[in-house]
Design a protein around this ligand. Structure first.
Ligand code: 0A1
Ligand code: ZN
Length: 884
């Protein structure tokens, strides 16, 4: 059978056949077109004969007609870069099959059959890291969303659930450890040096949760006793030498298991929980049933090589993948449009977990910062989509901050509206109702209505409408009362020109400036375009505190004076609102300053006012250092640009840098004193010690801006005295932004000290690409030629180039060279790893929101990419949406 069809023209015209083939627009997949699959596959048996360059796969599929679906005489088995070596139906080799766009179509005459298909794949050549791939001599899979079809022909869709049995065999010397989902049933050795293992996963699952790992690994093993008294063996597999850095991951896993029992009533359901760390991985980690595969970045941590932020990342991602066992695996998604069903919910679950494990207010501020930094720009740009998208060309492009983080905010709003107890009842009903099913977002919403007693009729708009609602708020005094006037506007987004008002739940309090108190927080829900809400007995000078805890993912423009913001920054009893007041003060000032509206005098006095508010933060004994550190972080240039209709990145950079210098100069001695106090706190993972490290680096940042020589000297000292990565990285970040011998020496020392540790060398790359140093573009170009740089490792690519793309001052260099660097990267990376390449389109996609000169240069780079022949579906989709 001719599987590699040669393209020919219908009339066989030679001259036409010689012409370059028209690039085909990849098909649009639409949510409304969903139909159930015609066949059920109750059982799948896979046999892998493993080799780095050649792995032979035999798949035995039991198939039965799905009575719920329209009958079909054929079965479509998806394939991607696969060739069938043999196809048998009910024990007989058949040739009643055809290929269609990579898929295998097999005709099936009856109601139930057994299909056996053989394929051979080359994991070492798989640079996309989807399907079965090789990483440092080990074999490993990644199947979500559509990677399983790169291993064998299969209905690779999340609503086909099967029980999997896996037999794997390979050379014992190369692959001493053989792992797959579920439980190890049997293993053995042959005389020729091969060995084998048989795994069985009793829980029906979709193909995207399949996993296999074979390699030379060592494990950190521990046990967990579940609430009902079952013993679970937990293994974290890493390369030899890394096992000493798995303790934090193991602790995080056990805490997650306990927390999910206590908070959501969810218990683990196998006797084994395996985690494997791999250094070549497109994402953070993957929740494969009983066999999570992790990017090493989210497993390995010790004080010498990982920052406090890295420790938090490990804890959060370990929790996230573990929580997927229920929100994702036991209840999975019907189709990929429902992705937020598992991702939004699981992100919320991991956020709540981390809030409980550490400082809840600080975690909330960090989560909002991520939302504003990554999701708000998405929602206001060409790639905007609802948390439940309506169409896509390449599903990998929809693993977005919108689906994940806004998805979490949407479910968090439900929790805010009903309170934690009713929320638990709602989620309990959801798990009970849909256990073992492939569900939809609508199923979740319905369960919340029925279980938590919410009416979510209008709330469903949060699933279908894209765009961040803009709220305006004004408080009007009316006798003894005050009236809160609210209005909302949901901006148009691609494909959604006009929007309906959404329910916006706003936690609100009215302070009395005289007493510094408020009369109790209320949840105000704006459901119309406009609404007014009366508050009684508010005192003589009421001050509005609104969207406390960031109860709704909206932008807020509130009619409050700077004095009121200073008051709230100092007195609000909601820590988030306190943070927000200070941020608003800074954002408001920078917006004015950038627009050129301010006289020199006004600018100076605004800077002074901000510096004195920050001075109060430094002096406030009621704050812990973790929170203090949070309050000291200035809004990023990217976020500031997002708050402006059209941004001038150069002006934003100048004004923000000048404000930081002014604060640093005005509070130099206070920062120095805080640095000294915090430096006396010895290393530990306690909140106090972590807080001390956080404020230390903040102090360096301000000092280096206010008094560069003194700041640099202190940073150098901190670098040399550092007994942990948080202090070392913080100091090096400051040094990397300045010229001079200290910069050179510190970077060299860091490199030599950590040579051989890939995760730390990643930091070395990103510290330089994210630096405030004026020569960043040249540095990045030189680093791309560094022997340690490779396009084949996504962590390394991200460390150099994502660092650069978020470095607003460098990326937006007026020459346009920053845009060219990113476009060159996309073009070079696309043939190797399209999924990762496509992620770099986003920064260029902001062109419509940037001042005209830069905007034209950005657009020109997008057009250049669009013209490149043979672009992947991933990059093609992102570029055409960005230009469209
Ligand atoms: N479900 C994973 C994310 C993930 C998605 C796709 C991947 O393919 C490269 C890998 C991981 C999660 O949410 O953790
Ligand atoms: Zn997830």
């Amino acid at each position: 059978m001719d599987i590699a069809r040669t393209p020919s023209t219908p009339d066989g015209n030679q001259h036409l056949a010689d012409a370059a083939p028209e690039p085909q627009e990849p098909a649009i997949i639409r949510r409304e077109d969903y139909t159930p699959f015609a066949w059920n596959l109750p059982e799948v048996h896979l046999h892998f004969e493993l080799g780095l360059e050649e792995t032979h796969v035999t798949a035995k599929l039991s198939v039965e007609r799905n009575p719920q679906a329209e009958a079909s005489p054929t079965i479509r088995l998806n394939g991607d870069e696969l060739e069938p070596q043999s196809v048998a139906v009910d024990g007989e080799q058949v040739d009643s099959w055809t290929m269609d766009d990579g898929d295998l179509l097999v005709s099936l005459p009856g109601d139930a059959h057994e299909i056996v298909i053989e394929t051979t794949i080359n994991p070492a050549a798989n640079t996309k890291l989807m399907g079965l791939f090789a990483s440092n001599g080990m074999l490993c899979t990644q199947c979500e969303a559509e990677g399983f079809r790169r291993i064998t022909f299969f209905p690779d869709r999340p609503d086909v659930l099967s029980v999997y049995s896996v037999r794997m065999s390979g050379t014992k010397a190369a692959f001493p450890v053989l792992l797959a989902n579920g439980n190890l049933e049997e293993s053995g050795e042959e005389a020729d040096g091969t060995h084998w293992a048989e795994w069985h996963d009793p829980w029906p699952k979709p193909s995207y949760l399949f996993a296999l790992v074979a390699g030379d690994l060592v494990s950190n093993t521990d046990t967990f006793i579940t609430a009902s008294g079952r013993e679970v063996t937990c293994n974290i597999y890493v390369r030899e030498g890394d096992e000493g850095r798995t303790g934090h991951a193991m602790e995080s896993l056990k805490k997650s298991m306990r927390w999910d029992e206590e908070t959501f009533g969810r218990e683990y359901d196998l006797d084994l929980y395996n985690i494997v760390a791999v250094s070549d991985f497109n994402m953070g980690a993957m929740e494969n049933k009983g066999l999570n595969v992790f990017n090493t970045k989210y497993v390995l941590a010790d004080e010498e090589t990982a920052t406090d932020g890295d420790f938090d990342g490990v804890e959060g991602v370990i929790a996230h993948e573990y929580f997927h066992n229920w929100s994702g695996n036991r209840v999975t998604c019907r189709d990929w449009f429902q992705l937020s069903l598992k991702e939004g919910f699981t992100v919320l679950r991991d956020q709540l977990f981390s809030q409980d494990m550490g400082s809840a207010p600080v975690k909330r501020i960090e989560d909002v910062r991520v939302l504003r930094g990554a999701q708000f720009p998405e929602d206001s740009g060409p790639l905007a989509h609802p948390i439940r998208p309506d169409s896509y060309r390449e599903i990998s492009n929809f693993y977005t901050a919108t689906v994940y983080n806004k998805g979490a905010e949407v479910i968090r709003m439900m929790r805010t509206m009903c309170g934690p107890e009713r929320f638990r009842q709602g989620t309990g009903l959801y798990f009970e109702r849909h256990d073992g099913e492939a569900a939809t977002c609508e199923d979740f919403v319905k369960a919340m209505e029925d279980g938590a007693g919410l009416d979510l009729t209008q709330f469903r708009l949060w699933y279908s409408q894209a765009g961040t609602p803009k709220i305006t708020a004004r408080l009007e005094k009316d006798g003894e009362d005050a009236v809160l006037h609210l209005s909302q506007e949901v901006p148009p987004t691609p494909g959604q020109e006009s929007k309906s008002p959404m329910p916006i739940p706003l936690r609100t309090a009215i302070f009395d400036r005289e007493t510094g108190k408020h009369g109790g927080e209320q949840l105000v829900t704006l459901t119309e375009a406009q609404g007014s809400f009366r508050f009684g007995n508010v005192g003589a000078s009421p001050v509005l505190s609104i969207n406390r805890g960031f109860s709704a993912p909206v932008t807020m423009s509130r009619d409050v004076s700077d004095e009121d913001l200073v008051f709230l920054a100092a007195h609000d009893d909601d820590p988030f609102a306190r943070y927000e007041a200070l941020q608003d003060l800074v954002v408001g000032h920078l917006q004015h300053a950038v627009s050129g509206e301010l006289s020199d005098d006004d600018r100076d006095s605004a800077r002074e006012a901000i510096a004195s508010a920050i001075g109060s933060v430094l002096a406030d004994d009621s704050l812990d250092d973790l929170m203090r550190g949070e309050l000291l972080v200035l809004p990023t240039e990217g976020y500031l640009a997002e708050t402006m209709a059209i941004a001038d990145p150069g002006r934003i950079h100048e004004e923000r840098a000048a404000l930081r210098s002014a604060i640093g100069a005005q509070l130099e001695d206070q920062f120095a004193a805080m640095h000294e106090r915090a430096s006396a706190v010895p290393y530990s993972l306690s909140a106090e010690a972590r807080g001390a490290r956080k404020v230390k680096t903040q102090a360096l940042i301000y000092m280096a801006a206010g008094n560069p020589d003194r700041g640099k000297a202190m940073a150098w000292e901190q670098y040399q005295a550092a007994d942990n990565m948080t202090d070392r990285q913080g100091a090096l970040m400051v040094l990397a932004g300045a010229d001079g011998i200290k910069r050179t020496n510190a970077l060299l020392d860091f490199y030599n000290r950590f040579k051989g540790n890939a995760l730390v060398i990643d930091k070395w790359f990103s510290l330089q690409s994210m630096s405030t140093h004026p020569g960043v573009i040249e540095h990045v170009k030189a680093l791309a030629d560094h022997p340690e740089f490779t396009l084949k490792n996504p962590n390394r690519v991200r460390s150099l180039y994502m660092g650069f793309a978020v470095n607003q001052n460098a990326f937006h260099d007026p020459s346009g060279e920053g845009y060219r660097v990113i476009a060159d990267l996309i073009l070079a990376l696309d043939p190797i790893n399209p999924q990762t390449a496509a992620r770099f389109v986003t920064p260029l996609g902001r062109w419509r929101r940037i001042e005209p000169d830069r905007s034209a240069l950005m657009k020109a780079q997008l057009e250049r990419i669009a013209k490149a022949p043979g672009l992947s579906r991933d990059t093609h989709e992102q570029v055409s949406r960005s230009l469209g």
